[in-house]
Write a protein that binds this ligand. Structure first.
Ligand code: SAM
Length: 285
């Protein structure tokens, strides 16, 4: 069941996640060599926000809806809005592209995407979305197991020296998800050490997050960067107060690409007590 997520598509968490995702893809595209993306928890790929329009509190209106139409946005946010606008030629945001669709739209001829989705209906929607794109492989399977099965990526004789693993689980039982993410990161880093790993995490209560971050900070990555957007203080355990992207082996000086976007997201999407954080948990050196 994934209607809950469809309802949330385009909210503040997606704004952060997808802004960072696009900046990572841009960094990969700066070099000619082909890259590979593994999206472990891909979702259905395309969300029809118009179907949710009758809901009074459509969350996209507190996310991308507040960014759209703003002038003078930093490059990374402009990039995000343009990427979403590409799926909405009539204007507005009727269609919200999920991570696999955003990635697929950036692939060059020899780049590849493997997108995993466990929920059968979502996986079927994703398969039909990419039925005619030979660069995209959809796997109706557990994304954590795919880290073991699909990495390091190969295509015939081609090995991919560069790429990205996006881990974006639902965190339905939040504390139960952290060990799975940490194990997948450890496994992935062993199998494909040079890739960038991007993990999205919700911020409800900070207390439950700290042990996870401490664990990830000592994994065998060259560097670890964290980018967070809290739209309100993180003291209400039942609400999605904000979220973060945890980046292992991010591109060189990636903090500079993303830094200007965070205060603007805070100002446009935040309530009283909103904040951002951009911090190296480990710097390469
Ligand atoms: N990454 C997507 C995006 O940015 O548009 C959103 C993904 S959504 C937060 C999480 C998805 O993971 C849901 O569609 C859910 O059905 C799926 N899922 C849950 N457990 C999974 C697992 N073990 N492996 C793969 N997919 C899973």
């Amino acid at each position: 069941m994934n209607y809950r997520h469809a309802f949330h598509a385009g909210n503040h968490a997606d704004a952060l996640k997808h802004t960072v995702l696009l900046a990572l893809l841009d960094a990969l595209k700066r070099k000619d060599g082909p890259f590979f993306v593994l999206d472990t928890h891909a979702g259905r790929g395309r969300y029809a926000l118009s179907a949710e329009a009758s809901r009074k509190t459509a969350e996209a209106e507190t996310g991308i809806g507040r960014l759209r139409g703003q002038a003078g946005l930093p490059e990374a946010l402009r990039r995000y809005l343009d990427a979403v606008a590409a799926f909405n030629p009539e204007g507005g945001t009727e269609v919200y592209p999920g991570s696999p669709l955003l990635v697929a739209n950036e692939l060059r001829e020899n780049d590849r995407l493997a997108a995993c989705e466990l929920q059968p209906e979502e996986a079927a929607a994703l398969k039909s979305l990419f039925a005619h794109d030979p660069r995209v492989a959809v796997h109706a399977r557990d994304g954590y197991a795919a880290v073991k099965a699909l990495l390091p990526p190969r295509l015939g004789a081609t090995k991919f020296a560069r790429g990205l693993v996006l881990i974006d689980p639902p965190y339905e039982a939040q504390d139960a998800e952290y060990p799975l993410v940490a194990a997948a990161l450890r496994e992935g880093l062993q199998r494909w050490p040079n890739a960038t790993y991007a993990v999205w995490y919700p911020v409800k209560q900070r207390r439950s997050l700290q042990p996870f971050l401490r664990k990830v900070a000592v994994l065998d990555a060259k560097s670890v960067l964290l980018a967070e957007l809290l739209v309100r203080p993180d003291d209400s355990p039942l609400r999605l107060n904000g979220s973060g992207m945890l980046l292992l082996n991010p591109p060189w000086q990636f903090d500079r690409a993303i830094a200007p976007a965070l205060p603007v997201l805070q100002r446009l999407l935040g309530e009283a007590g909103a904040s951002t954080r951009l911090e190296w948990l480990r710097e390469s050196g």
